[in-house]
Design a protein around this ligand. Structure first.
Ligand SMILES: Cc1ncc(COP(=O)(O)O)c(C=O)c1O
Length: 411
């Protein structure tokens, strides 16, 4: 199913162009002329961020809620810095607890209604967790359904493993809401259905009925759900935390992370929760690429998650306050429109500009030092992704400068 917007193609310019999320990227742009063993599409967003995030003044491409310092984390947790130093000083720098410490896995399990600690396996970020899940669960010839636009791992990795990846597109005109009939049709014969929920890049969150609908159709298809839930806990409405697929559908592999909703990307710590047979399969691969996570990272993550309510309260106050600012800005900008996100830290802004999304981002960066992500990195043209979870001052200044750039556009 094609997206409503123009599918992007490689620009062929001198600039390094993020690879689009398209079918058949295994042999498409971004893979030609590569070394054997590198037959995976370039990770469009990561290439873009690696290139520009240290060369901008106003990073509105960031997806983590404004990161905390270790000192701020300890303050939120009500822990004295000297006491913390005393706690880490005696830690012997062995490999530590291989699957993650009991303390950490208990704190992760507490984020779910029905997940016991022994169903949790710690990984090197959600990026490492997702990678392990695909290695363990997908073989050449399998059908994987991926709801797009999405974090590109969920298309490129299964493709690189030889899976038939069926992309089900969210559409802007539907408010980026998932069409359950389309998903059901694509899921026929599928091994695994992959979703980011809340969605990156649209910020759309599945409501309760949609969660149940996805679970029911996955059940009919006999498919696993890979639920990448790294933005869970940042809903704009209610208490802020929607149900996890892990508590709804038994054949769920749920992935979470310290990076986004918990502002601690520097820990490089994520996790997988799944039934035992999946964790066994994942562990087989994990032994080759992870061993364990750092003991100090494990401890800091445990401290943060034992104070998950306070961490999420801080972060929801940032995303809710910032989205109100973004909303007002969009309403005032004649060249900008969007479907307001319901959760997460990102939104797609439709820009009425006489140029590609990549050129728009590059010209904005050059003129005003503001970094956004071109929609082309997600296979959608005419839009740019904004991250609205940074420090409020950075967002306000970045939007003001974007307005100044928009005012210079003709046509
Ligand atoms: C949906 C999604 N999954 C996974 C990741 C990777 O997160 P981590 O920092 O935990 O590796 C990201 C990062 O942007 C993401 O947006």
């Amino acid at each position: 199913m094609a997206p409503e917007s123009t599918q992007c193609v490689s620009s062929g310019s001198e600039r390094q162009s993020p690879a689009p999320v398209t079918r058949g990227t295994r042999h498409g742009p971004g893979t030609c002329g590569m070394m054997p063993g590198m037959r995976i599409a370039e990770f469009g967003v990561e290439v873009w961020m690696n290139r520009w995030e240290t060369r901008c003044g106003y990073n509105l491409a960031e997806t983590c809620v404004e990161s905390v310092t270790v000192g701020e984390l300890l303050a939120i947790a009500g822990q004295d810095a000297t006491a913390f130093t005393d706690e880490i000083a005696p830690i012997r720098m062995t490999y530590g607890a291989i699957k993650g410490s009991d303390r950490l896995r208990a704190a992760i399990a507490a984020l779910y209604a029905t997940v016991p600690p022994d169903r949790v396996l710690v990984a090197h970020g959600a990026i490492g967790a997702n990678h392990l899940v695909y290695q363990a669960m997908v073989e050449s010839g399998d059908v994987v359904v991926s709801v797009v636009p999405t974090y590109q791992q969920h298309v490129a990795i299964p493709e690189s493993l030889g899976a038939d990846v069926r992309q089900v597109w969210l559409r802007e005109r539907d408010g980026w809401r998932l069409d359950l009939d389309e998903l059901a049709a694509a899921a026929d014969g599928a091994t695994l259905i992959a979703l980011t929920n809340p969605n990156n890049p649209t910020g759309a969150q599945l409501d309760g009925a949609a969660l149940d609908g996805v679970a029911a159709l996955a059940d009919r298809a006999g498919a696993w759900i890979l639920a990448d839930e790294v933005y869970r806990g940042l809903d704009q409405a209610g208490d802020g935390t929607s149900a996890s697929f892990a508590d709804i559908y038994p054949r769920t592999i749920a992935v979470g992370s310290m990076s986004k909703a918990f502002s601690l990307a520097g820990l490089r710590l994520g996790w997988i929760t799944a039934p035992p047979q999946v964790l066994d399969a994942v562990s087989r691969h994990r032994d080759y690429s992870v061993i364990s996570v750092g003991a100090v990272d494990d401890l800091l993550a445990a401290i943060a998650l034992e104070h998950a309510d306070a961490m999420l309260a801080r972060n929801r106050s940032i995303v809710r306050g910032n989205l109100a600012v973004l909303d007002a800005w969009v309403a005032d900008e004649p060249r900008v429109s969007y479907e307001r996100p319901t959760s997460g830290t990102t939104a797609l802004l439709r820009i009425d500009a006489p140029m590609s999304s990549e050129d728009f981002c590059l010209q904005l960066l050059e003129a005003q030092g503001v970094l956004l992500v071109p929609g082309s990195a997600f296979g959608v043209e005419g839009v740019v992704r904004i991250g609205f979870a940074n420090a409020p001052g950075v967002l306000a200044d970045g939007l003001e400068r974007t307005s100044a750039f928009l005012a210079t556009l003709v046509g």
